[in-house]
Ligand binder design. Structure first.
Ligand code: G6P
Ligand code: MN
Length: 450
């Protein structure tokens, strides 16, 4: 029977992911779930909720182990779900605020903040791969959704080409959910789509549901409502502002609104909301609050509610619905594990080496494309060449990401500066240099010396 380990056990997403895993106990032939984190205190609190979900909600007898020891965590593990956040929310706050103070987009995975986060995460990810290879089952799989996934996956490809790792992101799924909600489709499992891009940088080229062309339908919807969110959802989210639901807060609403502007300009494909940061840089900066970014929202709401809920439960035994509610964030990643284990050849979007899938992108580019998932990992599906506009945007972003990985490997300030200068969120080389220098100061204990 299988052991599954969650790296970043102290994450606020952990309860939802464990719930999804345990709900698939049979298909995953599950024996044990391990939470592993370097932050013992944080993980202990999250584990209270996980334990409650397992025993009270799901009535499961799966073994739960909570540890800060890598050997204990990985020994004989079949799957390692990786969701580490190097530097925690404190550093996420800096990734968002420092670029903003130089007039650049402040985002955890896009622009200067994303590049900074990338330089922090490469080392620990490589260390993780090495530890897993040492202790886990030989035919283990690492399912990685640690951000910034584009940079992390390029670093893994380059530095550990034989690692059994699959990089994934839930944003396209989140977008499909919003489309389904907007168009009143209850059963998302029958929605089929094509997509190409890099991580947090891609487009849907077709979306269908049975005989319906949802891409056309959603374009009409967005034109009419000037936002890609279901009306009832917008209402509910406004009410729920205080709970920290990710879509309820202003910074997320803005990206759903931006889809309208992007579609007006380029109506061919439906853009991933993350393209807002690259195509509407100026508007994003104007919209962002330099003193209250997404990191603050998450700390003040989702994180706070969770930890307060745990404290209350420990003191009184009372279960607070909101903080013990585990979302379905983990469904898709657990389905991916099911596909790998049972060789289902189901179709998933993954971040993987291009190998010709997009004919006019480099062979070794880490792209986000549909693939069939079986026991040997992803088999990418070949696509048509992509039009010049999209290819141009992608090449610029890809090379910015590749250069930051090279900067890490070669300890090269020059390459880091090239990476920043090439990034579409940064308007000038002088700004690139200033932001980079500020981020070097802040990341002293995390980055290699450039
Ligand atoms: C989406 C992205 C993830 C990202 C998350 C941030 O799900 O695909 O890569 O981590 O949003 O959500 P948060 O609520 O922490 O801002
Ligand atoms: Mn993502």
């Amino acid at each position: 029977k299988n052991k599954i380990c969650l790296v970043g056990g102290g994450s606020t997403f952990t309860p939802g992911i464990v719930k999804s895993i345990v709900e698939r106990s049979e298909e995953l032939n599950l024996r044990e779930v391990v939470l592993y984190d370097i932050n013992e205190e944080r993980q202990k609190k999250v584990a209270v909720i996980v334990e409650w979900i397992l025993r009270e909600q799901l009535k499961s007898d799966v073994i739960l182990t909570v540890t800060t020891d890598a050997e204990e965590a990985f020994t004989d593990a079949k799957f390692i779900f990786a969701q580490m956040r190097v530097g925690g929310y404190k550093m996420r706050e800096k990734d968002e605020k420092t670029p903003l103070s130089f007039g650049c987009v402040g985002q955890e995975t896009c622009g200067p903040g994303g590049l900074a986060y990338g330089l922090r995460t490469i080392g620990p990810m490589i260390e993780l791969i090495d530890q897993v290879e040492k202790y886990a089952l030989e035919d283990h799989w690492i399912l990685n959704y640690s951000n910034p996934a584009a940079i992390v996956s390029e670093a893994c490809r380059k530095m550990r080409p034989n690692a059994r790792i699959i990089n994934v992101c839930d944003m396209p799924i989140a977008i499909i959910d919003m489309i389904a909600g907007s168009l009143n489709i209850a059963d998302t499992s029958e929605i089929k789509y094509d997509y190409f891009g890099l991580n947090h940088f891609g487009w849907f080229t077709s979306i269908t549901y049975r005989e319906r062309d949802l891409l056309e339908e959603i374009k009409h919807y967005v034109n009419e409502h000037k936002i890609l969110l279901p009306p009832q959802y917008i209402e509910r989210l406004k009410e729920n502002r205080a709970t920290g639901d990710r879509h309820a807060v202003s910074s997320w609403i803005h990206v759903w609104e931006s889809v309208y502007t992007m579609l007006q300009a380029f109506p061919d494909y439906l853009p991933n909301t993350y393209l807002t940061y690259y195509l509407l840089q100026k508007e994003t900066v104007e919209h962002q609050n330099p003193d209250l970014t997404r990191a603050n929202e998450v700390m003040n709401t989702r994180e706070k509610a969770l930890f307060e809920g745990v404290d209350k439960y420990l003191a009184t035994g009372e279960v607070d619905e909101a903080s013990f509610h585990a979302g379905s964030h983990g469904d898709w990643i657990s389905d991916l594990a099911v596909a790998l284990l049972n060789d289902t050849k189901s179709r998933f979007l993954v971040i993987t080496e291009n190998k010709g899938a997009i004919p006019n992108m480099p062979y070794d580019a880490m792209v986000e494309v549909p693939a069939y998932i079986g026991e040997n990992g992803p088999e990418v599906i070949t696509q048509e060449p992509i039009p010049l506009f999209y290819q141009g945007l992608m090449m610029q972003q890809l090379n910015s990401e590749k250069l930051i990985v090279e900067a890490y490997i070669e300890n090269s300030y020059e390459k880091a500066l090239q990476s920043f200068s090439l990034n579409k969120t940064i308007p000038s080389v002088n700004v690139a240099r200033s932001v980079l220098n500020a981020l070097i100061e802040e990341n002293k204990s995390y980055w290699p010396e450039l």
